[in-house]
Design a protein around this ligand. Structure first.
Ligand SMILES: [Zn+2]
Length: 144
């Protein structure tokens, strides 16, 4: 709210100065109105450039983040050279040439899955086993 009042007062002050400057040529209120319109047009153009610059910076930042996440260092099977490459899941095989042994080698991105398990709480293990034993004994007792 304070920013809006500040902007309106600056806009009015600049328009009033323009009005006084051109009062003998086109009249105070005509110059005032032209100055207000010009300031609004120039302000919107400047804001759109600022927004585009912000969007480009954000895109650049996101791209750099993704590239940093995909940057891997691979070693030739000969063991004499290492190369830094970008490896992506949609391009899982990359063929490189070793600068030392001059052989070509492939880098293969191999995606696999692993089952996630919870660690066993040993403090409660005795109670769990005792309850399991009790349940098995009670089943045997009912079936007989
Ligand atoms: Zn090599």
């Amino acid at each position: 709210m304070i920013n809006i009042l500040k902007s309106i007062s600056i806009l009015s002050a600049v328009a009033a100065v323009a009005g006084f400057a051109f009062t003998n040529i086109i009249g105070f209120w005509q110059a005032f109105a032209v100055a207000v319109v010009l300031q609004i047009i120039i302000g919107s153009i400047v804001n759109s450039f600022k927004l585009q610059k912000f969007e480009v910076e954000e895109l650049h930042s996101n791209t750099e983040f993704i590239l940093n996440k995909s940057d891997v260092e691979v070693e030739c099977p000969c063991g004499r050279s290492k190369q830094s490459i970008y490896l992506f899941a949609n391009d899982p095989v990359i063929t490189l040439e070793c600068p030392e042994c001059k052989n070509k080698f492939r880098v293969v991105l191999n995606v696999s899955t692993q089952l996630v398990t919870e660690p066993v709480n040993l403090d409660q293990m005795y109670d769990v086993l005792k309850e399991k034993q009790f349940n098995e004994n009670s089943k045997i007792g009912t079936s007989l």
